[in-house]
Ligand binder design. Sequence first.
Ligand SMILES: [Zn+2]
Length: 279
Amino acid sequence: MLVTLQEILTDTRKNKYAVGLFNCVTLEMTKGIIMAAEEKRSPVIIGPAESLLPAATLEEYADMMLGIAKRAKVPVAVHFDHGFSSELVRKAIDLGFSSVMYDCSMLPFSENVENTRKMAAYAHSRGCSLEAEIGHVGSNGSAEESIAKTVYTTPEDALRFAAESNCDALAVAIGTAHGVYTEKPVLSIEVLKEIARSCTLPLVLHGGSGLSDAAFKECIEGGISKINIFTHNNLTAARTAYLNYSDRTGAFELMPLIAASIMKETMHLIDVFCSAGRA
Ligand SMILES: [Zn+2]
């Protein structure tokens, strides 16, 4: 069934588990994630990101993912991740996404608050949840924006932002980065705990692919409610196609194999995030 992000994250902090946002770009990835969530009786979040839109349009993703979410036997939030353009975020809300992230984290604090507050009002009027980001989660492997450019979230900023922006979930920068890690990330669990002490909003960890199971557990213990995974499943899907390809193997033969490998990897992460049995 389709639910909002706010509904899916309500009990997470209290019961010490996190729900995964597994970004997906194909039918096989989407099916694999839903199969894993149903098998584990776990709530789950699926969806594309603005940076992934060249692969398909927002409308195409909405048609596929909202239909699958509504038919699922577990609660599913369909989330538009890292929307930078207000037009696209509004379009996602209008298309029926039950959650959007409006990312104004590169703007000055006051502008981020102002933009977020306006978009949160629009989202809430249409039954949609809104995630925002403060500090800035960097990305691995791009020359102009390295992990060193991560701007850490401060507990003071988190508290003020939560009070003034009216968002439903808050992405914090505590040392993770998007993409494939070239160096082992150093997480500031103490900063996270301090943020969680003052800010009661569900906190979101971006750049989850590549973290150890122990690091995920520490983050959940420290107050993280939602963990974003894309790179891991993205690479898993391509590797499965590569390893199973032969002259006589077509897309039709590869599709169930890709869905099965995504299901397996996602089931493991659901266990690590302790969201199994929570649906
Ligand atoms: Zn992210």
